[in-house]
Design a protein around this ligand. Structure first.
Ligand code: NAD
Length: 554
């Protein structure tokens, strides 16, 4: 192979392994799956999603991780520092096989400038959330969470359904690409602005987007027609959000909902400022980085001013976890935070029950294994209507990317039941190979992120990051397959710290014990974090489901 030919990575499938244990094999396959061209946004650069969220620091580090996982013993643990394998230590059977730390900087130095210096020196990589912790499963991974958010907005503002409403958003990347389908699932019409035609095409190809309009005016015309007919439909429109969102106000047209999921967390590599027809954004970034950054900030300020104006005219506005408000604030928009983040607006109640994104992947590579788990969960939770309708829809409509996978939201004392069921199904041959169980770092008790998951906490503890550190610790103590601790995911450097857990159901007794501990304690962190902050719903949940909370006398 010549130097210029891109490498194409695809995880091995099936019941035979080359590693010395199934956890090592699972970690290897999931690292590879993160870089599968069907899954990753820019696999040739090891970029999985979320701006420049990477799976490994460079190709050499990738090869070394794969080699090491294949030779790793069942009482050893591999340490990975920002995408580079740095040590193998003797631990013990029930310890995690891999411990990962990504993009962490001492708080005083926790800036993009310092990170970029280290990144360019080859000393770090940006791990986002599930990119560097090897549990990204493509856009479907965020679909259920995005659906939960839009369903939450529908419940709060539109009588339970988005039918007869139009949502405007931007960004059709790895995560943002779930928005058109999620709005549609919630019954509404979506207009999605995206600057890169390859991204709109990818969403069309994977059936997350229905059509692309010729212009903004065409998109509005189509949206109005679908709205009037009560049809759920998604429309893409090519253009820059910093130009098109202000045009909505100029055209005197107000959507029902407005949000955004461009990669605003990263002003240098994520948010793309408008450029003249004779300019190229990539070239500008390379040749004049300072000018690029200034133009990105100015564009984000314009973008947020337009959202605020549409809010003033009656649109329901919310921030979708990309730190756009903070960027605009830094660029002089003093009232940028006049619209709320999606967690306090729609999601916190779920977090109080430890409810969050539970995802699983079939290492067999056979979609039938996922369909079998879908059916089993439908039987296990017959009373959960949201779960019933989601899993039924997902089984019929979701196109898999990479290894077949599924996601649904489950809470405390639910995730451990689902995990046990999967382990039993592997043991008795109902599934053809082990199942990887993981979650996003965006979860009930695993993240401190004051402009996202922990925005506007009742006791003001938004920025306290003891909680994700305790989550990282409790996952290790409980016997996760691999654990990770990251900085800067979702909202960018300096704004978040978070932990990731992955477990494995291989049908063994060892797995049964690990799963029971991990999938109880991990969502339990969500309940206790919110109970400690004084949320009555979390305190009730802790009492009802029997969590031991010494400081609350429960
Ligand atoms: P991504 O980098 O894969 O995609 C971003 C997309 O935005 C790209 O397709 C890019 O072309 C487009 N874009 C950038 N600037 C634009 C502009 N000015 N106008 C129009 N399009 C523009 O990122 P992603 O994985 O989709 O994540 C998007 C953002 O959402 C990130 O900031 C991420 O941290 C955040 N996020 C939020 C959640 C959540 O649940 N709220 C979850 C994950 C990620």
């Amino acid at each position: 192979m010549t130097q210029t030919e891109p490498r194409v990575i695809r995880a091995p499938r099936g019941p035979n392994k080359t590693a010395k244990g199934w956890i090592q094999e699972a970690a290897k396959r999931m690292l590879m799956n993160n870089l599968d061209p069907e899954v990753a946004e820019h696999p040739e650069a090891l970029v999985v999603y979320g701006g420049r969220g990477k799976a490994a620091r460079n190709w050499e580090a990738f090869d070394r991780i794969v080699e090491t996982l294949d030779r790793l013993e069942n009482d050893e643990t591999l340490l990975v520092q920002s995408g580079k394998p740095v040590a193998v230590f003797r631990t013990f059977l029930h310890a995690p096989r891999v411990l990962i730390a990504n993009s962490n900087l001492v708080p005083h130095w926790a800036t993009w400038e310092e990170f970029d210096r280290l990144d360019q020196a080859g000393l770090m990589m940006y791990g986002q959330m599930t990119a560097g912790s090897w549990i990204y499963i493509g856009t479907q991974g965020i679909l259920q969470g995005t659906y939960e958010t839009f369903a939450g907005a529908a419940k709060k503002h539109f009588g339970g359904s988005l039918k007869g409403t139009v949502t405007v958003t931007a960004g059709l990347g790895g995560m943002g690409g779930a928005q058109p389908l999620a709005v549609k699932l919630a019954g509404g019409v979506a207009i999605c602005i995206e600057v890169d035609p390859t991204r709109t095409q990818k969403r069309l190809d994977t059936r997350y987007l229905d059509e692309v309009a010729d212009s903004l005016a065409d998109a509005i015309k189509k949206a109005e027609q679908y709205k009037a007919e009560g049809v759920a439909r998604s429309i893409g429109v090519l253009g820059n959000a910093a130009e098109l969102v202000p045009q909505l106000a100029e055209m005197n047209w107000t959507p029902d909902l407005i949000t955004d999921q461009t990669s605003a967390h990263d002003p240098m590599w994520g948010y793309i400022p408008p450029v003249r027809p004779d300019e190229d954004a990539g070239r500008l970034r390379q040749d004049a980085p300072q000018e690029y950054r200034e133009r990105a900030y100015a564009a984000m300020a314009t973008h947020v001013r337009a959202i605020l104006e549409l809010q003033r005219r009656g649109a329901v506005a919310f921030d979708y976890g990309n730190n756009l408000r903070q960027r605009a604030f830094e660029a002089g928009v003093e009232n940028a935070f006049d619209y709320p983040g999606f967690v306090p607006a729609f999601i916190r109640d779920s977090f109080c029950e430890g409810r969050g994104p539970f995802r699983w992947v079939a290492l067999s590579g056979d979609p039938e294994d996922i369909y079998a788990t879908d059916r089993a969960l439908l039987e296990l939770f017959p009373e959960d209507e949201r779960l019933q309708s989601w899993l039924t829809y997902a089984a019929e409509q979701i196109a898999f990317q990479g290894l077949p996978a599924r996601i649904c939201w489950l809470g405390y004392k639910e995730r451990d039941k689902a995990a046990k069921l999967f382990n039993d199904m592997v043991r008795d041959g109902r599934l053809k190979a082990p199942i990887v169980i993981g979650r996003d770092h965006l979860d009930a008790g695993s993240v401190a992120s004051p402009y996202r998951e922990t925005e506007a906490m009742q006791d003001g503890s938004d920025a306290v990051s003891d909680w994700p550190l305790l989550n990282f610790g409790v996952g290790i103590a409980s016997g996760a397959a691999w654990m990770s601790f990251h900085h800067g995911g979702g909202v960018g450097l300096g704004f978040s710290q978070h932990s990731g857990l992955v477990a494995l159901a291989d049908g063994s007794e060892e797995a049964a014990e690990r799963l029971s501990r991990c999938l109880t304690n991990d969502p339990g962190m969500g309940v206790i974090r919110h109970a400690d902050a004084g949320y009555a719903h979390a305190i009730e949940t802790a009492k009802e489901r029997g969590i031991d909370l010494p400081s609350l006398g429960i």
